[in-house]
Design a protein around this ligand. Structure first.
Ligand SMILES: *Cc1c(COP(=O)(O)O)cnc(C)c1O
Length: 388
Protein backbone atom coordinates (compact mmCIF):
# COMPACT_ATOMS: atom_id res chain seq x y z
CA UNK A 1 0.00 0.00 0.00
CA UNK A 2 1.38 3.38 -1.01
CA UNK A 3 1.41 6.64 0.87
CA UNK A 4 -2.03 8.00 1.59
CA UNK A 5 -2.58 11.75 1.63
CA UNK A 6 -5.62 13.42 3.14
CA UNK A 7 -8.14 11.92 5.48
CA UNK A 8 -9.27 8.30 5.68
CA UNK A 9 -13.06 7.85 5.29
CA UNK A 10 -14.12 5.34 7.92
CA UNK A 11 -17.70 4.73 6.80
CA UNK A 12 -18.23 1.34 8.34
CA UNK A 13 -21.06 1.33 10.89
CA UNK A 14 -18.63 1.11 13.78
CA UNK A 15 -16.01 1.81 14.82
CA UNK A 16 -16.96 5.29 13.63
CA UNK A 17 -14.92 8.42 13.02
CA UNK A 18 -13.39 9.66 16.28
CA UNK A 19 -13.65 13.46 16.46
CA UNK A 20 -10.56 15.62 17.12
CA UNK A 21 -11.91 16.71 20.49
CA UNK A 22 -12.18 13.11 21.62
CA UNK A 23 -8.75 12.17 20.24
CA UNK A 24 -7.19 14.99 22.21
CA UNK A 25 -9.03 13.98 25.36
CA UNK A 26 -7.84 10.38 24.97
CA UNK A 27 -4.21 11.44 24.79
CA UNK A 28 -4.06 13.03 28.26
CA UNK A 29 -1.74 11.43 30.78
CA UNK A 30 -3.34 8.63 32.79
CA UNK A 31 -4.15 9.55 36.40
CA UNK A 32 -4.59 7.57 39.62
CA UNK A 33 -7.95 5.82 39.33
CA UNK A 34 -8.24 5.87 43.12
CA UNK A 35 -7.67 9.63 43.43
CA UNK A 36 -10.07 12.58 43.78
CA UNK A 37 -9.74 13.86 40.20
CA UNK A 38 -10.79 10.47 38.88
CA UNK A 39 -13.79 10.26 41.18
CA UNK A 40 -14.98 13.66 40.03
CA UNK A 41 -14.73 12.59 36.39
CA UNK A 42 -16.55 9.32 37.08
CA UNK A 43 -19.49 11.17 38.64
CA UNK A 44 -19.78 13.40 35.58
CA UNK A 45 -19.70 10.29 33.39
CA UNK A 46 -22.45 8.46 35.22
CA UNK A 47 -24.64 11.55 35.08
CA UNK A 48 -23.95 12.04 31.35
CA UNK A 49 -24.66 8.39 30.58
CA UNK A 50 -28.01 8.64 32.34
CA UNK A 51 -28.91 11.51 30.03
CA UNK A 52 -27.87 9.58 26.93
CA UNK A 53 -29.78 6.44 27.97
CA UNK A 54 -32.68 8.63 29.17
CA UNK A 55 -32.78 6.89 32.51
CA UNK A 56 -32.79 7.76 36.19
CA UNK A 57 -31.40 4.26 36.82
CA UNK A 58 -27.86 3.00 37.15
CA UNK A 59 -25.36 2.79 34.29
CA UNK A 60 -22.21 0.69 34.64
CA UNK A 61 -19.12 0.86 32.42
CA UNK A 62 -16.83 -2.11 31.73
CA UNK A 63 -13.46 -2.18 30.03
CA UNK A 64 -14.92 -4.44 27.33
CA UNK A 65 -16.31 -4.61 23.82
CA UNK A 66 -20.05 -4.84 23.26
CA UNK A 67 -19.93 -8.61 23.49
CA UNK A 68 -18.85 -8.34 27.13
CA UNK A 69 -21.78 -6.03 27.85
CA UNK A 70 -24.15 -8.62 26.28
CA UNK A 71 -22.75 -11.26 28.61
CA UNK A 72 -23.00 -8.94 31.61
CA UNK A 73 -26.70 -8.31 30.93
CA UNK A 74 -27.41 -12.06 30.91
CA UNK A 75 -25.25 -13.31 33.79
CA UNK A 76 -26.46 -10.66 36.20
CA UNK A 77 -30.15 -11.32 35.75
CA UNK A 78 -30.69 -14.99 34.80
CA UNK A 79 -30.15 -18.53 36.12
CA UNK A 80 -29.04 -21.72 34.35
CA UNK A 81 -31.84 -23.15 32.21
CA UNK A 82 -33.85 -19.92 32.06
CA UNK A 83 -35.54 -19.22 28.73
CA UNK A 84 -34.80 -16.06 26.76
CA UNK A 85 -36.95 -14.95 23.84
CA UNK A 86 -34.77 -13.69 20.96
CA UNK A 87 -35.39 -12.78 17.32
CA UNK A 88 -33.35 -13.55 14.26
CA UNK A 89 -33.07 -10.01 12.91
CA UNK A 90 -29.50 -10.45 11.66
CA UNK A 91 -25.91 -11.28 12.51
CA UNK A 92 -25.77 -9.46 15.86
CA UNK A 93 -28.98 -11.04 17.12
CA UNK A 94 -27.51 -14.44 16.17
CA UNK A 95 -24.29 -13.66 18.06
CA UNK A 96 -26.13 -12.56 21.21
CA UNK A 97 -28.07 -15.81 21.03
CA UNK A 98 -24.85 -17.82 20.88
CA UNK A 99 -23.58 -16.02 24.00
CA UNK A 100 -26.80 -16.98 25.78
CA UNK A 101 -26.53 -20.63 24.67
CA UNK A 102 -22.91 -20.90 25.82
CA UNK A 103 -23.96 -19.60 29.22
CA UNK A 104 -26.47 -22.43 29.61
CA UNK A 105 -29.62 -20.48 28.84
CA UNK A 106 -32.42 -21.81 26.66
CA UNK A 107 -33.17 -19.55 23.70
CA UNK A 108 -36.54 -19.41 22.02
CA UNK A 109 -35.26 -17.96 18.71
CA UNK A 110 -37.96 -16.60 16.41
CA UNK A 111 -36.74 -17.04 12.82
CA UNK A 112 -36.43 -14.04 10.52
CA UNK A 113 -35.25 -13.14 7.01
CA UNK A 114 -32.70 -10.44 8.03
CA UNK A 115 -34.75 -7.79 6.20
CA UNK A 116 -37.23 -6.83 8.91
CA UNK A 117 -37.20 -5.88 12.58
CA UNK A 118 -38.85 -7.66 15.49
CA UNK A 119 -42.59 -8.01 14.90
CA UNK A 120 -44.44 -6.68 17.97
CA UNK A 121 -47.44 -8.95 17.16
CA UNK A 122 -45.19 -12.02 17.41
CA UNK A 123 -43.83 -10.76 20.73
CA UNK A 124 -47.36 -10.45 22.09
CA UNK A 125 -48.49 -13.83 20.74
CA UNK A 126 -45.43 -15.67 22.04
CA UNK A 127 -45.63 -14.12 25.50
CA UNK A 128 -49.39 -14.61 25.75
CA UNK A 129 -48.91 -18.32 24.92
CA UNK A 130 -46.30 -18.67 27.68
CA UNK A 131 -48.81 -19.44 30.43
CA UNK A 132 -46.17 -21.11 32.60
CA UNK A 133 -44.06 -17.91 32.48
CA UNK A 134 -41.00 -19.84 31.40
CA UNK A 135 -39.64 -16.89 29.44
CA UNK A 136 -37.55 -14.80 31.81
CA UNK A 137 -36.30 -12.20 29.34
CA UNK A 138 -37.11 -10.73 25.94
CA UNK A 139 -33.90 -9.63 24.20
CA UNK A 140 -34.01 -7.35 21.17
CA UNK A 141 -31.31 -5.71 19.06
CA UNK A 142 -32.57 -2.13 18.60
CA UNK A 143 -30.54 -1.31 15.49
CA UNK A 144 -29.36 -4.41 13.59
CA UNK A 145 -26.01 -3.17 12.32
CA UNK A 146 -25.67 -6.10 9.91
CA UNK A 147 -28.87 -5.23 8.02
CA UNK A 148 -29.69 -1.56 8.60
CA UNK A 149 -33.03 -2.37 10.21
CA UNK A 150 -34.25 -0.64 13.39
CA UNK A 151 -36.81 -2.45 15.53
CA UNK A 152 -39.69 -0.47 17.02
CA UNK A 153 -38.97 -0.66 20.72
CA UNK A 154 -41.95 1.39 21.81
CA UNK A 155 -44.34 -1.01 20.04
CA UNK A 156 -42.49 -4.02 21.41
CA UNK A 157 -42.77 -2.67 24.96
CA UNK A 158 -46.52 -2.21 24.44
CA UNK A 159 -46.77 -5.76 23.12
CA UNK A 160 -45.09 -7.10 26.28
CA UNK A 161 -47.50 -5.07 28.40
CA UNK A 162 -50.56 -6.26 26.46
CA UNK A 163 -49.50 -9.85 27.08
CA UNK A 164 -49.20 -8.96 30.78
CA UNK A 165 -45.93 -10.89 30.90
CA UNK A 166 -43.33 -10.25 33.64
CA UNK A 167 -40.21 -11.01 31.51
CA UNK A 168 -37.30 -8.62 31.67
CA UNK A 169 -36.85 -6.47 28.55
CA UNK A 170 -33.23 -6.38 27.36
CA UNK A 171 -32.13 -4.22 24.48
CA UNK A 172 -28.88 -4.09 22.52
CA UNK A 173 -28.52 -0.33 21.97
CA UNK A 174 -24.97 -0.72 20.71
CA UNK A 175 -25.44 1.02 17.36
CA UNK A 176 -28.42 3.15 18.39
CA UNK A 177 -27.17 4.86 21.55
CA UNK A 178 -26.21 8.42 20.64
CA UNK A 179 -27.50 8.14 17.08
CA UNK A 180 -31.12 6.90 17.21
CA UNK A 181 -33.78 7.94 19.72
CA UNK A 182 -33.60 5.52 22.65
CA UNK A 183 -35.60 5.93 25.87
CA UNK A 184 -34.65 3.43 28.54
CA UNK A 185 -37.15 4.52 31.21
CA UNK A 186 -40.08 5.52 29.00
CA UNK A 187 -39.90 2.22 27.12
CA UNK A 188 -39.46 0.20 30.28
CA UNK A 189 -36.15 -1.35 29.24
CA UNK A 190 -34.59 -3.36 32.07
CA UNK A 191 -31.09 -3.72 30.68
CA UNK A 192 -29.79 -1.47 27.93
CA UNK A 193 -26.56 -2.82 26.44
CA UNK A 194 -24.21 -0.31 24.84
CA UNK A 195 -20.59 0.18 23.84
CA UNK A 196 -18.19 2.91 22.88
CA UNK A 197 -17.32 2.62 19.18
CA UNK A 198 -20.57 3.46 17.42
CA UNK A 199 -22.76 6.50 18.15
CA UNK A 200 -20.57 7.47 21.09
CA UNK A 201 -17.73 8.25 18.65
CA UNK A 202 -15.02 6.54 20.70
CA UNK A 203 -12.52 3.82 19.95
CA UNK A 204 -13.61 0.29 20.92
CA UNK A 205 -13.09 -0.75 24.53
CA UNK A 206 -16.00 0.34 26.73
CA UNK A 207 -19.11 -1.79 27.35
CA UNK A 208 -22.21 -0.39 29.04
CA UNK A 209 -25.19 -1.73 30.96
CA UNK A 210 -28.05 0.61 31.87
CA UNK A 211 -29.97 -1.15 34.62
CA UNK A 212 -33.57 -0.79 35.83
CA UNK A 213 -34.80 -1.35 39.39
CA UNK A 214 -36.49 -4.55 38.21
CA UNK A 215 -33.23 -5.85 36.72
CA UNK A 216 -31.39 -5.03 39.94
CA UNK A 217 -33.97 -6.98 41.91
CA UNK A 218 -33.59 -9.90 39.49
CA UNK A 219 -29.83 -9.85 40.02
CA UNK A 220 -30.37 -10.65 43.71
CA UNK A 221 -31.64 -14.14 42.88
CA UNK A 222 -29.91 -14.77 39.51
CA UNK A 223 -27.62 -17.81 39.74
CA UNK A 224 -25.47 -17.76 36.60
CA UNK A 225 -21.82 -17.55 37.75
CA UNK A 226 -20.36 -14.07 37.49
CA UNK A 227 -17.26 -12.33 38.70
CA UNK A 228 -15.79 -9.72 36.34
CA UNK A 229 -19.27 -8.73 35.19
CA UNK A 230 -20.90 -8.63 38.63
CA UNK A 231 -23.02 -5.49 38.94
CA UNK A 232 -22.93 -5.55 42.72
CA UNK A 233 -19.27 -4.68 43.25
CA UNK A 234 -19.39 -2.24 40.33
CA UNK A 235 -22.35 -0.32 41.66
CA UNK A 236 -21.01 -0.31 45.21
CA UNK A 237 -17.66 1.19 44.19
CA UNK A 238 -19.15 3.49 41.53
CA UNK A 239 -21.16 5.24 44.26
CA UNK A 240 -18.00 6.95 45.45
CA UNK A 241 -16.65 7.40 41.90
CA UNK A 242 -14.41 4.33 41.85
CA UNK A 243 -14.20 0.87 40.25
CA UNK A 244 -13.62 -2.62 41.66
CA UNK A 245 -10.75 -3.10 39.16
CA UNK A 246 -8.66 -0.83 36.97
CA UNK A 247 -10.94 1.08 34.60
CA UNK A 248 -9.95 2.15 31.06
CA UNK A 249 -9.02 5.63 32.29
CA UNK A 250 -8.09 7.13 28.92
CA UNK A 251 -11.21 5.83 27.22
CA UNK A 252 -13.17 7.41 30.06
CA UNK A 253 -11.51 10.77 29.25
CA UNK A 254 -12.76 10.25 25.73
CA UNK A 255 -16.22 9.28 26.94
CA UNK A 256 -16.43 12.46 29.03
CA UNK A 257 -15.67 14.50 25.91
CA UNK A 258 -18.07 12.61 23.64
CA UNK A 259 -20.90 12.90 26.17
CA UNK A 260 -20.24 16.64 26.40
CA UNK A 261 -20.36 16.87 22.60
CA UNK A 262 -23.67 14.98 22.35
CA UNK A 263 -25.22 17.12 25.05
CA UNK A 264 -23.85 20.35 23.49
CA UNK A 265 -25.31 19.45 20.10
CA UNK A 266 -28.55 18.34 21.75
CA UNK A 267 -29.80 14.77 21.43
CA UNK A 268 -32.76 15.72 19.25
CA UNK A 269 -30.43 17.49 16.86
CA UNK A 270 -28.15 14.46 16.81
CA UNK A 271 -31.06 12.14 15.97
CA UNK A 272 -32.39 14.45 13.24
CA UNK A 273 -28.95 14.72 11.70
CA UNK A 274 -28.81 10.94 11.43
CA UNK A 275 -32.33 10.73 9.99
CA UNK A 276 -31.43 13.31 7.36
CA UNK A 277 -28.21 11.59 6.32
CA UNK A 278 -30.01 8.26 6.14
CA UNK A 279 -32.68 9.75 3.86
CA UNK A 280 -30.05 11.32 1.59
CA UNK A 281 -28.24 7.97 1.38
CA UNK A 282 -31.40 6.07 0.47
CA UNK A 283 -32.15 8.61 -2.26
CA UNK A 284 -28.70 7.96 -3.70
CA UNK A 285 -29.16 4.18 -3.55
CA UNK A 286 -32.55 4.36 -5.28
CA UNK A 287 -31.21 6.68 -7.97
CA UNK A 288 -28.41 4.18 -8.61
CA UNK A 289 -31.13 1.62 -9.22
CA UNK A 290 -29.86 -0.55 -6.36
CA UNK A 291 -31.88 -2.23 -3.65
CA UNK A 292 -32.01 -1.33 0.05
CA UNK A 293 -31.93 -4.49 2.19
CA UNK A 294 -34.47 -3.22 4.76
CA UNK A 295 -37.97 -3.95 3.47
CA UNK A 296 -40.09 -1.90 5.85
CA UNK A 297 -39.72 1.90 5.50
CA UNK A 298 -40.84 2.28 9.13
CA UNK A 299 -37.73 0.33 10.10
CA UNK A 300 -35.09 2.05 7.97
CA UNK A 301 -32.01 2.59 10.10
CA UNK A 302 -30.90 6.18 10.68
CA UNK A 303 -27.38 4.89 11.43
CA UNK A 304 -26.49 2.89 8.33
CA UNK A 305 -27.84 1.73 5.00
CA UNK A 306 -27.28 -1.78 3.68
CA UNK A 307 -27.17 -1.99 -0.11
CA UNK A 308 -27.86 -5.22 -2.01
CA UNK A 309 -25.47 -5.91 -4.92
CA UNK A 310 -26.90 -6.82 -8.32
CA UNK A 311 -26.92 -10.61 -8.83
CA UNK A 312 -23.50 -11.95 -9.79
CA UNK A 313 -21.42 -9.03 -8.42
CA UNK A 314 -19.26 -9.27 -5.32
CA UNK A 315 -19.71 -6.54 -2.72
CA UNK A 316 -16.29 -7.21 -1.21
CA UNK A 317 -14.59 -6.60 -4.57
CA UNK A 318 -16.26 -3.19 -4.66
CA UNK A 319 -15.21 -2.50 -1.07
CA UNK A 320 -11.62 -3.44 -1.87
CA UNK A 321 -11.62 -1.15 -4.87
CA UNK A 322 -12.94 1.93 -3.04
CA UNK A 323 -10.53 1.34 -0.17
CA UNK A 324 -7.53 1.18 -2.50
CA UNK A 325 -8.59 4.00 -4.82
CA UNK A 326 -10.28 6.43 -2.46
CA UNK A 327 -9.21 5.40 1.05
CA UNK A 328 -12.90 4.85 1.83
CA UNK A 329 -13.83 1.94 4.14
CA UNK A 330 -17.36 0.58 3.67
CA UNK A 331 -18.94 -2.10 5.87
CA UNK A 332 -18.73 -5.71 4.72
CA UNK A 333 -21.66 -8.13 4.53
CA UNK A 334 -21.78 -10.12 7.78
CA UNK A 335 -22.70 -13.78 8.18
CA UNK A 336 -24.93 -15.02 5.40
CA UNK A 337 -24.83 -11.60 3.72
CA UNK A 338 -21.09 -11.86 2.98
CA UNK A 339 -20.34 -10.67 -0.54
CA UNK A 340 -24.00 -9.92 -1.23
CA UNK A 341 -24.29 -6.51 0.42
CA UNK A 342 -22.19 -3.58 1.51
CA UNK A 343 -23.02 -1.19 4.31
CA UNK A 344 -22.69 2.59 4.34
CA UNK A 345 -22.27 3.88 7.88
CA UNK A 346 -23.64 7.39 8.41
CA UNK A 347 -23.49 7.55 12.18
CA UNK A 348 -21.34 9.28 14.72
CA UNK A 349 -19.28 12.38 14.03
CA UNK A 350 -20.51 13.13 10.54
CA UNK A 351 -21.72 16.00 8.35
CA UNK A 352 -23.17 16.75 4.92
CA UNK A 353 -19.87 17.00 3.09
CA UNK A 354 -18.51 13.83 4.67
CA UNK A 355 -21.65 12.06 3.46
CA UNK A 356 -21.30 13.63 0.02
CA UNK A 357 -17.67 12.46 -0.16
CA UNK A 358 -18.67 8.97 0.93
CA UNK A 359 -21.42 8.71 -1.69
CA UNK A 360 -19.04 10.07 -4.38
CA UNK A 361 -16.61 7.30 -3.48
CA UNK A 362 -19.36 4.68 -3.80
CA UNK A 363 -20.60 6.06 -7.12
CA UNK A 364 -17.11 6.19 -8.62
CA UNK A 365 -16.46 2.70 -7.26
CA UNK A 366 -19.62 1.31 -8.88
CA UNK A 367 -18.42 2.77 -12.20
CA UNK A 368 -14.86 1.48 -11.89
CA UNK A 369 -16.03 -1.99 -10.83
CA UNK A 370 -18.24 -2.27 -13.92
CA UNK A 371 -21.36 -2.82 -11.84
CA UNK A 372 -24.61 -2.12 -13.69
CA UNK A 373 -26.11 1.00 -12.11
CA UNK A 374 -27.51 4.40 -13.03
CA UNK A 375 -25.50 7.56 -12.48
CA UNK A 376 -27.11 10.32 -10.47
CA UNK A 377 -27.18 8.93 -6.93
CA UNK A 378 -24.84 11.59 -5.62
CA UNK A 379 -26.86 14.30 -7.39
CA UNK A 380 -30.07 13.00 -5.79
CA UNK A 381 -28.46 13.08 -2.35
CA UNK A 382 -27.07 16.60 -2.88
CA UNK A 383 -30.50 17.83 -4.01
CA UNK A 384 -31.98 16.50 -0.81
CA UNK A 385 -29.19 17.86 1.41
CA UNK A 386 -29.35 21.34 -0.13
CA UNK A 387 -33.14 21.41 -0.30
CA UNK A 388 -33.70 23.47 2.85
C1 LIG B 1 -20.95 -3.66 16.99
C2 LIG B 1 -22.11 -4.36 17.54
C3 LIG B 1 -22.01 -5.38 18.49
C4 LIG B 1 -20.70 -6.03 18.86
O1 LIG B 1 -19.92 -5.32 19.64
P1 LIG B 1 -18.37 -5.71 19.84
O2 LIG B 1 -17.86 -4.42 20.38
O3 LIG B 1 -17.81 -6.09 18.51
O4 LIG B 1 -18.30 -6.81 20.81
C5 LIG B 1 -23.16 -5.91 19.02
N1 LIG B 1 -24.37 -5.50 18.64
C6 LIG B 1 -24.52 -4.55 17.68
C7 LIG B 1 -25.90 -4.16 17.27
C8 LIG B 1 -23.40 -3.96 17.12
O5 LIG B 1 -23.55 -3.01 16.18
Amino acid sequence: MGFKSGRHFLQIPGPTNVPERVLRALSRATIDHRGPEFAQMARELFHGLQQIFKTAGTVVVYPASGTGAWEAALVNTLSPGDTVLMFETGHFAALWRSVALKLGLVVDFIPGDWRRGVDPAVVEETLAADKARKIKAVAVVHNETSTGVTSRLDDIRQAIDRAGHPALFMVDTISSLGSIDYRQDEWGVDVGVGCSQKGLMLPPGLGLNAISRKALDASQSARLPRSYWDWEAMIRDNRSGFFPYTPATNLLYGLRESLRMLIEEGLDHVFNRHLRHAEATRRAVRAWGLEILCLNPEEYSPALTTVVMPEGYDADALRKLVLERFDLALGTGLGKLKGRVFRIGHLGDFNDLMLAGTLCGVEMGLSLAGIPFLKGGVAAALDFLSGG
